[in-house]
Design a protein. Sequence first.
Length: 196
Amino acid sequence: MKKIILFTLMCLTITFSYGDSKIGINKLEERTLIKLNTNKGNIIIKLFSEDAPETSKNFINYVKGENYNGTVFHRVINNFMIQGGGHLPDMSEISTNPPIVNESNNNISNKKGTIAMARTSDPHSATSQFFINLKDNEFLDIKNAPDGYGYCVFGEVVEGMEIVETIGAVETGNKAGHADVPLVDIVIESVELIDS
């Protein structure tokens, strides 16, 4: 079983310099809003459907299929990111669709509050799992990626960032062979498309 990874924890020890924290993608006109209803509160995400069309479509397919309902944020690293979309509370994996092409060449940066696709070491292996950045993580961008791809940003949190930060601060440990798992389940109770 391949483990979904972002980067080795060793990467977290590297210090980076960040510029303007604004995402800078006001040119987007087509927007889709997604509401994550969690047991910690609600998070509303705006998808960048024009700049990450296949990734956005993939995410919407999982939303419409109710695949995310009842899953958990299974990997939480304070001051880095929260990751979900792939495991149930017992850490069993959900069924997934075929992997998608990495659209990180859209050059949208992994800034605080953006949502990106998680994947294995294969750049084009993303399926259902996603992560929300707790801070500017520009080392995950294509321009800084050792593999030449990085991680595709396909949306941003527009409401509920305080919920994301609350989740990011929970206590974690090991469970069913996975590290950084919240000790108390952070459940995505349901996910829905909402009017923009």
